[in-house]
Design a protein around this ligand. Structure first.
Ligand code: F6R
Length: 610
């Protein structure tokens, strides 16, 4: 989704802005732009549809220089993908604005501004921000004052950075619903929608809070909170351990991230679990008191994170004896739901900024949930800051838009939580030991599963000319089948559906023919015999199957079925292990089809609008 970078320095900031935009490319976008004020106080702008590279080429042909500037990657919401709709937007060649989010009342603001004599050059909601601020400047004491007066008129979500060519010493930023982080340098300061954009220039960050407006100069940062009171916000040293902005020799970030899974899962376990069990204090100081009281869990998430939540429901009810509901955040937030006694709201999110998940958390607070916990990958993100408890997944920055290592570390974290809640709820020692052992052997099992890479790469050839695929699983493998289908459609654009295989005869069997590959996840568990009956139902109708199965499950390859043997693994962690071959399958199908694996069309990494 849209990305923002801003800089104010003594040096030329063009390359800082471009490098920042490149680092935000993974979020998904369709156009990019930059605006600068030069030494003669002239405002310049270059915008291009397509990749940041197009913008960079344009700037190489006609270089710009300036020590204050703002830049943006746009993911179209209001108005098509055109140069004119790309940010920054100007008002009266004086005010320049970049914006993430949506101004919901932009139509009525447009009418007011038109009657005040403002012309609109774009179809965007963002241009109303620029004109409103310009209008307020006429009576304001400063740019900060004008922005404070303007934001009161906006409904919706915004993270915005504003530059005034008449005041080239100041950037003003405002946050409501869309994240912004200030990067602190020495004699220079920066702003971005994601700290990753600024890692080459600083590792010291201030995360703006909801409703904050800040004035940033080269040497100072002044922050006003939502009540207009001046506040100090804590400075954080970035916890991002390594700079993820490099592919480490892999062809795509997605492949690199698939291969990182044994390591990041080990990281997620380290310092939290040893051979005896969970270490004390891993959920924070007051957590045990809260977790002891939990009698119900409500999980809320979107997309891949939702699939992690669905898997956790099987674990929580089976092993921890805690009742659990799971819901897509965009549904949860707009319906009246029942709040169980002693209910813990769990949000799951890679980014920690997903608009619907954040709204669901805020709603849960109003509804009176006992407490909230987020399972999240980004320290300092909105979900982490606004939840009572947080548990970091420690996957490291995930750049590929299609989530891989974020998912398996979410599952790892959720299985640890199952253990914790189970132990608070009378879980037997044998059960606890079984989970501890399964988790401790997990990184090695993931490593062994990656050895299937070549075989799966060959298998992918058979999918490249297909238009549809069906994924089947039962029990805790059903959400894994759903995740497999999501991965395939996201990056290869093949239409894929997942079904709990017991549902086959209730409709989807009608789809089976030799043009519809059926992918089956079949670990050796108590549902195996049931699953085998479902496989026979498909075979009887001429279906072609690809079965990812434990050796002991005794499937044999034949003319209609290809069996891919997965290393034997404890059934508790099988959902995590069986995810990897499905990720590899999607990856290789996408590579064969020649799609943009890391930035699939129409998708964004961090969905900060509804
Ligand atoms: C799919 C994918 C998305 C995200 C979803 C939620 O590969 O990445 O479905 O899982 O947009 O995002 P987070 O986890 O950041 O809340």
């Amino acid at each position: 989704m849209c990305g923002i970078v801003g800089a104010i320095a003594e040096r030329n900031v063009v390359n800082i802005l471009l490098e920042g935009l490149k680092r935000l490319e993974y979020r998904g976008y369709d156009s990019a732009g930059v605006a600068l004020v030069d030494a003669d106080q002239k405002l310049h702008r270059v915008r291009r549809i397509g990749k940041v590279q197009e913008l960079q080429n344009a700037l190489a042909e006609s270089p710009l220089k300036g020590s204050i500037g703002i830049a943006h990657t746009r993911w179209a919401t209001h108005g098509g993908v055109t140069d004119k709709n790309a940010h920054p937007h100007f008002s009266s060649e004086q005010i320049a604005v970049v914006h993430n989010g949506i101004i919901e009342n932009y139509q009525s603001l447009r009418e007011i501004l038109r009657s005040d004599g403002y012309d609109f050059q774009s179809e965007t909601d963002t241009e109303t921000i620029a004109h409103t601020i310009h209008k307020e400047m006429k009576q304001a004491e400063s740019l900060l004052d004008a922005v404070c007066k303007s934001v009161k008129q906006f409904h919706g979500a915004y993270g915005t950075v504003v530059m005034d060519k008449n005041d080239p010493e100041t950037l003003v930023v405002a946050r409501s619903g869309s994240p912004l982080v200030i990067g602190l340098g020495i004699g220079e300061n920066f702003i971005a929608s994601d700290q990753l954009a600024l890692l080459p220039v600083t590792r010291r960050f201030i995360f703006l809070e909801e409703g904050d407006v800040a004035e940033i100069t080269r040497t100072s940062v002044r922050i006003l909170d939502k009540n207009g009171e001046e506040v100090e916000r804590q400075i954080h040293d970035s916890e991002i351990e390594h700079d993820a902005g490099d592919k480490a020799g892999y062809r795509h970030y997605m492949l690199k991230e698939i291969y990182e899974q044994p390591i990041v899962v080990r990281n997620a376990l380290q310092g939290r679990l040893n051979s005896e069990g969970l270490l004390p204090g891993i959920y924070g100081d007051d957590a045990d008191m809260i977790l002891q009281k939990v009698r119900h869990v409500q999980i809320v998430a979107c997309g891949t994170s939702y699939h992690a939540g669905m898997t956790a429901r099987y674990w929580l009810e089976q092993y921890a004896n805690v009742s659990c509901n799971v819901e897509i955040a965009s549904e949860f937030r707009y319906r009246k739901s029942f709040v169980h006694d002693n209910s813990l709201l769990i949000t799951i999110s890679q980014s920690g900024e997903t608009a619907d998940t954040l709204a669901a958390l805020r709603l849960a607070k109003e509804l009176g949930y006992m407490s909230s916990l987020t399972v999240c990958n980004v320290p300092g993100s909105s979900l982490v800051r606004e939840s009572d408890l947080s548990f970091m997944t420690k996957a490291g920055a995930e750049i590929g838009v299609a989530s891989t290592k974020a998912f398996t570390t979410q599952l790892t974290a959720l299985l640890m939580l199952t253990l914790k809640l189970g132990q608070c709820n009378g879980m037997s020692k044998e059960q606890a030991n079984a989970i501890v052992n399964a988790l401790n052997t997990l990184p090695a099992k993931l490593e062994a599963t990656l050895n299937l890479d070549k075989e799966i790469g060959q298998l992918a050839e058979e999918f490249a000319d297909k238009h549809h695929a069906l994924f089947l699983g039962r029990g805790d493998q059903y959400p894994i089948a759903m995740e497999g289908a999501l991965k395939l459609k996201e990056i290869s654009y093949i239409h894929a559906e997942a079904y709990a295989s017991g549902e086959l005869k209730h409709g989807p069997l009608a789809l089976i023919d030799d043009e519809m590959p059926v992918i089956v996840v079949a670990p050796n568990n108590e549902l195996l015999e049931k699953l085998k009956s479902n496989v026979e139902e498909v075979r009887a109708r001429g279906g072609i199957m690809y079965v990812f199965a434990d050796k002991d499950a005794n499937f044999e390859s034949d003319a209609t079925m290809r069996v891919i043997n997965i290393p034997h693994v404890d059934e508790i962690v099988a959902p995590i292990v069986y995810t990897l071959p499905l990720q590899l399958l999607s990856y290789y199908v996408a590579v064969i089809k020649g799609t943009d694996v890391d930035q699939p069309r129409n998708l964004a990494k961090s969905v900060t609008v509804e």
